[in-house]
Design a protein. Structure first.
Length: 464
């Protein structure tokens, strides 16, 4: 059995064992990397550890540590309040606002994981407070990042267009961007309908029928909420229902329609400093290219020094099980890349005589590998591998490049990718396992659905 096939079988066993037995998948992946690397490849431990995703580790730890501080001192609660006011309190719009903001960030040049790292903690805070399905919120954030990710000035778009140009293939950067955006927008509509969007619309409609214009009251303090028309909003220790006209209750004042007007509480010192830290993280990562993980850690440490009490329990809230899981899987995938498994799969595809069948296999490989590894790396590797195939002229190069780009990016919803891992890490603690399983099912389904759909839409008609 070849070493390439051994690594594929080993990865399959990791998933099978972790599914059947209560063994942590990340720990299994580390053991598999050690056993395969030393027994079959002849690597030493330094070589194996060299595949450890240190950048991903720092991102996961830094971002979750910083937002644990922000949650602990109440800053996230205040940001949630402000954002809900900005959309008029219509909770059905909140996931779409997150989609749009993330898409704008990546379209303007932000690295996809950086944009998700900034938006996911805030979005998941909305999900917790307003009983929005965390799968809905997380997937719209990830899809938003992918939607904007192929603009001509974005990272993904620059990589794809650059590789295509260097290899003398025809290109259409505008069509690539529009196709990716529309595909992710359509996918997000499906997500919205599947994961509770209709219930959010119904909840807004019920509030509107009660005279609240579909609005919800904003909690005035962490842990408190105001209920409209008998329906409590958010997770609360205490809840107050507003009743008749002019009544005064708890944190808000009820108007004639039963809509509570929340008090506008001022931001305290810790809130202001935390917001400034988050702004520094966003500007540093998006405008100056600072590393997201180290920047987040720096901001978190500074906040800890300024206000030790509010940061005391934050380290314990870092998503350590998720860190172990993601880093273990990525370490094993790095071993697969070193021994040539990815190139081996790509070369097998290019030898296939049927062009359309070969095209969908290339998209499938891009999707499956990208679900576990760097989308950036996959885009830079698979397109060159497909160049001889594309130059033969039997398949439209523009269509296949668009299909491959979409197939390799949509699967970022996998919990083993950076974007998916960030969503899992920022999910409510009691729902982390549920979100992980949900994203794994969704991500793996996208490994099959996205290549097939993009192949049918862009390759079969012969675009380019």
């Amino acid at each position: 059995m070849s070493i390439e096939l051994i690594t594929v079988v080993a990865l399959g066993l990791v998933f099978l064992i972790a599914t059947v037995l209560p063994v942590h998948m990340g720990a299994l992946a580390f053991v598999a990397a050690f056993v395969v690397g030393t027994a079959f490849v002849g690597e030493d431990t330094d070589d194996i550890v060299g595949g450890f995703p240190g950048d991903l580790f720092v991102i996961l730890v830094g971002v979750t540590f910083l937002f644990a501080i922000a949650k602990g001192n109440g800053t996230v609660d205040r940001l949630v309040q402000l954002a809900v006011r900005a959309v008029g309190g219509r909770i059905a719009l909140i996931p779409w606002v997150m989609f749009g903001v993330t898409a704008v960030l990546t379209a303007a040049g932000a690295v996809v994981p950086a944009a998700v790292a900034i938006i996911a903690p805030i979005g998941m805070g909305f999900a917790l407070r307003y009983r929005i399905n965390p799968m809905l919120m997380g997937l719209l954030i990830i899809n938003g990042a992918s939607a904007g990710g192929f603009s001509p000035i974005s990272i993904f778009g620059s990589i794809v267009n650059g590789v295509v140009s260097r290899n003398g293939l025809p290109s259409n950067p505008g069509l690539l961007f529009v196709s990716s955006f529309v595909f992710n927008l359509a996918l997000s509509i499906v997500v919205f309908l599947l994961f509770g969007g209709r219930e959010l619309l119904r909840r807004s409609a019920e509030n509107a029928a009660l005279g609240g214009s579909g609005r919800i009251a904003v909690a005035a303090e962490p842990g408190t909420s105001v209920a409209l028309g008998g329906g409590a909003v958010g997770h609360s220790r205490t809840s107050t229902t507003t009743g008749g006209s002019g009544g005064r209750s708890g944190t808000g004042t009820a108007g004639s329609g039963g809509t509570a007007e929340p008090e506008h509480l001022p931001l305290e010192r810790d809130h202001v400093l935390t917001v400034l830290g988050l702004v520094f993280l966003a500007v540093g990562a998006l405008a100056f290219g600072l590393d997201v993980g180290f920047t987040a850690l720096t901001v978190a440490v500074v906040l800890s020094l300024i206000s030790p009490a509010s940061a005391k329990a934050a380290v314990g809230q870092v998503a350590w099980p998720t860190v172990l899981l993601i880093c273990g899987i990525v370490t094993f995938v790095a071993l697969m890349e070193r021994v040539g498994t990815i190139d081996w799969l790509g070369n097998l595809v290019t030898r296939i005589g049927a062009p359309l069948f070969a095209a969908i296999l290339i998209c499938l490989i891009g999707a499956i590998v990208s679900a576990f590894a760097s989308t950036t790396g996959i885009l830079g590797a698979l397109i060159p591998l497909a160049v001889p195939f594309l130059l033969a002229g039997e398949i439209g190069p523009i269509g296949l490049i668009i299909a491959l780009s979409i197939s390799s990016s949509v699967v970022d919803s996998s919990p083993f990718s950076t974007s998916g891992a960030l969503v899992v890490a920022n999910a409510p603690a009691e729902q982390t396992d549920r979100v992980f399983r949900g994203l794994m099912i969704w991500g793996f389904s996208m490994c099959a659905v996205a290549p097939l759909l993009s192949w049918l839409i862009f390759v079969v008609p012969g675009w380019g």
